[in-house]
Design a protein around this ligand. Structure first.
Ligand SMILES: CC(C)(COP(=O)(O)OP(=O)(O)OC[C@H]1O[C@@H](n2cnc3c(N)ncnc32)[C@H](O)[C@@H]1OP(=O)(O)O)[C@@H](O)C(=O)NCCC(=O)NCCS
Length: 155
């Protein structure tokens, strides 16, 4: 049985989500600082976007471990983008990303039964994340302008 549980994010997660994202922002391709007003604009568009789902992952004590989600399902290619993976620093390097990816794969497959693969983009500088994705079965499929790479996992 998995050590973590998950639920779709709700408005109560916004503060933690924004602070964690800002804390970890150097690891993302877009490294800008997100203020509260900008996050509200994002939240209002996120809520009405049926093609974007972000989940909160938490342990049995209800402590939030991290976040991750999927978006942009392609009907043509039967693939979905996964990402926005963030694990709280105190929970990093305990294998949680593997569980998060497994659970997202399950949820994405529930929503799109013909799903064939998951893909993501990561900054080339984010060596730890690249290592982690490869550990969990993602393969490099594209290098773009030497800034980021795209990885894919067949399911
Ligand atoms: C990348 C991230 C999501 C990984 O989550 P995690 O739960 O800590 O990862 P795991 O514990 O499952 O690690 C899996 C593998 O990744 C590699 N890895 C992860 N963190 C590492 C680190 N700090 N140093 C070296 N290797 C690391 C290791 O190979 C590890 O396997 P191992 O522990 O058996 O050696 C997390 O470090 C994080 O939130 N980073 C900041 C935000 C970020 O970079 N998000 C991804 C944007 S694309």
């Amino acid at each position: 049985m998995s050590d973590i549980l998950c639920r779709p994010i709700d408005s109560n997660d916004l503060d933690d989500l924004r602070k964690l994202r800002n804390l970890l922002r150097k690891h993302f391709i877009n490294t800008n600082f997100v203020n509260e007003d900008e996050q509200i604009v994002w939240w209002n568009s996120y809520k009405i976007n049926n093609n974007d789902q972000l989940y909160c992952f938490y342990d049995k004590r209800l402590t939030v471990v991290g976040y991750g989600g999927f978006s942009n399902y392609s009907v043509k290619y039967k693939t979905i983008e996964v990402g926005r993976f963030m694990v709280h620093p105190s929970h990093q390097r305990k294998g949680f990303l593997g569980e998060i990816i497994n659970q997202l794969q399950y949820l994405a497959k529930l929503k799109h039964s013909d799903l064939k693969s998951m893909h993501l983009i990561v900054s080339l500088e984010n060596k730890n994340a690249i290592k982690a994705y490869k550990k969990y079965g993602f393969l490099e499929i594209e290098k773009n302008e030497k800034k980021f790479i795209r990885l894919k996992k067949d399911i």
